[in-house]
Write a protein that binds this ligand. Structure first.
Ligand code: NAD
Length: 362
């Protein structure tokens, strides 16, 4: 079923607000989740709601944001998110970075103990909208679900990396470069979506306990695969990294930079679930001595887009293009809401006394 972006956003806002989040924070969580679906990453969108509500009930995430700033210098900042929602803390990082960059042209922000930060590219996009370049390394403490290159046991998290470079395509049009991916072969959320909807995964998405490639979600979810909230650590297998030793190396770097350095902790041992993020944010204008950066970025992006494609119907894109194209369609036509997920949202809503949009079958 297709549901309009504003309708699903206000439904999710009501769910989180009734579950205990302040209205404004509930709205930030809903907007970020819905935008993940709209931009083609449902793995980090609406499908997460049952898990998030479970976290609130279990007390593993704070419904009301609270954080402590532990290091607060002009260019370097360490924030303890105290297990508040990542979608709310992410906005704090964006706003803080903007202030730091206005003064110094640079802000390095280490964030520990954040709830799930969702689609990391969303933070790079918000910063690029402010004209800022950003690089984000992320780890998921307490989520040892990926095998390092050559291994068949889970040792690291899906550890995403995002890089955003602002690019103004016309007076009113931004076409930022937004590179944003997990260092795992697939994001865990894509395996969750496959378990819930039957969508197909790459044959080498996971490695099973014998060392063979696997695309069956049960490899990581084990006996919890068919429950409402599957546990990605309950199976005997692991997700593989992308790009062999190169993706694996980047994943290990995320554990070191976003886990060890921020204090969120690495996956060397069992920990409470949280995201750690090291974000490096720069104002390109502060380096723009010859007033050439924007033109150079523009020429480069044009030259990439003008590359002769291997398949005539598949033009060469820059990272960020697929999300922009999908978001434009979602804003026109609505978002595909899978029946299983709709039924779960309805059950949660019935439990909380939240009204359900008419479009959802009773
Ligand atoms: P993916 O494999 O879909 O890759 C997405 C990236 O590739 C984007 O930058 C996109 O613009 C670019 N891209 C896609 N097709 C392209 C093409 N044809 N040409 C050029 N560029 C192209 O991403 P993924 O690894 O599945 O990750 C999905 C999401 O999961 C990301 O948003 C990531 O931040 C998120 N994630 C979050 C966590 C967390 O703990 N918060 C953990 C893991 C992943």
């Amino acid at each position: 079923m297709l549901i309009r972006v504003n309708e699903i956003t206000s439904w999710l806002t009501d769910i989180f607000a009734t579950a205990g989040c302040p209205n404004e924070e509930a709205c930030l969580i809903a907007v970020h989740l819905v935008d993940a679906d709209a931009s083609g990453h449902p793995s980090h969108g609406i499908v997460r709601v049952p898990r998030y509500i479970d976290y609130i009930h279990a007390g593993t995430v704070r419904p009301v944001c609270a954080y402590k700033t532990l290091v607060d210098s002009e260019t370097l900042c360490l924030i303890d998110g105290q297990y508040s929602f990542g979608q709310v803390l992410g906005h704090h990082v964006v706003n803080r970075a903007e202030n730091m960059c206005q003064k110094n042209g640079l802000g390095i922000i280490a964030l520990r103990n954040a709830g799930h930060l969702g689609r990391i590219g969303g933070w790079a996009e918000l910063l690029a909208d402010k004209g800022l370049i950003s690089i984000h390394f992320v780890t998921v403490a307490g989520s040892r679900i990926v095998a390092p290159f050559g291994g068949k046991q889970a040792r690291i998290s899906t550890a995403p990396v995002a890089i955003g470079v602002p690019h103004q395509a016309g007076d009113n049009e931004t076409q930022h470069f937004i590179l944003d991916f997990a260092t795992s072969r697939v994001a865990e959320g894509k395996i969750l979506v496959s378990q819930k909807t039957g969508s197909t995964l790459p044959a080498d998405a996971m490695v099973d306990e014998t060392g063979a490639d696997s695309k069956i979600p049960k490899t990581i979810y084990g006996a919890t695969a068919t429950t409402d909230v599957p546990d990605p650590r309950a199976g005997k297998g692991a997700i593989q990294t992308f790009g062999q030793h190169k993706g694996s190396g980047l994943g290990l770097a995320c554990e070191l930079l976003a886990g060890a350095l921020t204090g969120a902790g690495t996956n060397a041992c069992d920990r409470p679930f949280c995201n750690g993020m090291l974000s490096i944010i720069l104002d390109p204008e502060k380096l723009n001595t010859d007033d050439q950066i924007a033109a150079e970025i523009s020429d480069f992006i044009t030259s990439i887009r003008e590359t002769s494609p291997r398949k005539p119907d598949q033009p060469v894109l820059i990272p960020g293009d697929p999300e922009r194209a999908k978001r434009a369609v979602a804003n026109r036509q609505g978002i595909e809401l899978n029946a299983t997920i709709a039924a779960q949202l309805k059950a949660i809503s019935d439990g909380l006394g939240v009204s359900v949009p008419d479009i959802v079958p009773s």
